[in-house]
Design a protein around this ligand. Structure first.
Ligand code: ING
Length: 299
């Protein structure tokens, strides 16, 4: 057995005028609670330092860039890295990244010694590029971010194979299979998911279902654990789902949030259990027929 105690550290809304120091303090409080519960890995949401600014239209690049990090860690985020090292806890953090002239929706995995061990830049950017004023809120990720250029990373960490993706990525089966083909045993992701989709209001009541459906399918069909963490609640007029959860390789949800605020969702997992799925039903070597799948990679 390879036991690991993991947590989804769900965050409630981050107000547009809430300083990074406040978001960091909330995350440190969750990390300290996690430590008291023997947690070894804490997963914070996508865009965990600021309000999810793609929900509104901006033209002034200086105003947009206020939501981005030009260095990681920075003075405001250093306390989170220091706390992690003090407690010996690894953590996942989502944030908006500026790299030279490039802007990405980024996530990192930081080891228990406070060093960055993996980094991912979001590939599946939902929404659109130009303002659509008919909507009560926007999704302008295609305007504010470039497509990620770091592939879909799986690294050796925490005694296993750890993969990253971000939010909309979880809805695309290709992402899960690319991580599965690299033998991911634990996939970490954050999300900011509105309850209401102005383009498809008829399925608003299914947003929680579609969230868990995507995570459970990805976990089961690739024999991996998943820790998925929401930024939840009413943030700058946009109601976002919660449902942060930990999913087993069997596809079972083994722990789930019950609020839309700051909440720690904890589970004891055993990375060896991935083999139950990957050595039988989803034994890729024995059962996959990649020569017949070429259409999947065609545009
Ligand atoms: N948010 C949403 C998500 O994929 C979305 C966008 C919501 C797409 C609902 C489709 C339906 O969870 C981000 N940030 O990707």
């Amino acid at each position: 057995p390879r036991p690991l105690t993991v947590a989804a550290a769900q965050l409630g809304p981050i107000a547009d005028d809430e300083p990074r120091a406040s978001a960091v303090a909330r995350m440190i409080a969750l990390m300290e609670k996690a430590h008291r519960r023997g947690v070894e890995l804490v997963v914070f949401p996508e865009a965990a330092l600021t309000a999810f600014f793609p929900h509104w239209y901006m033209e002034d690049q200086a105003a947009i860039d206020r939501y981005f990090e030009t260095e990681m860690p920075s003075a405001e985020t250093q306390p989170l890295f220091d706390k992690a090292r003090e407690l010996g806890i690894a953590f996942h953090l989502g944030y908006a990244e500026i790299d030279g002239e490039h802007r990405y929706n980024t996530a990192i995995l930081v080891g228990p010694d406070g060093t960055i061990v993996s980094k991912y830049r979001k590939v599946h950017l939902p929404g659109y590029r130009e303002n659509e004023p008919w909507r009560p809120f926007q999704n302008l990720e295609k305007r504010y971010f470039e497509r990620g250029n770091l592939g879909f990373p799986v690294v050796d960490a925490l005694g296993g194979r750890v993969g990253l993706c971000i939010c909309n990525d979880r809805r695309w089966p290709e992402v899960w299979r690319i991580l599965g083909l690299q033998n991911a045993e634990l996939v970490l992701l954050g999300y900011n998911t509105p309850q209401h989709d102005p383009a498809s209001p008829a399925i608003d009541h299914l947003q929680d279902f579609h969230n868990h459906l995507s995570l459970q399918a990805g976990a089961y069909q690739n024999g991996t654990y998943v820790v998925a963490t929401a930024k939840a609640g009413l943030e700058e007029g946009c109601e976002m789902i919660g449902g942060s959860c930990i999913v087993a390789p069997t596809g079972e949800i083994i722990a789930v949030a019950s609020t839309r605020g700051d909440e720690l969702v904890v589970a004891d997992i055993d990375l060896d259990r991935c083999k139950e799925i990957r050595s039988n039903i989803f034994n890729f070597t024995a059962h996959r027929q990649p020569d017949l799948y070429t259409a999947i990679a065609e545009p």
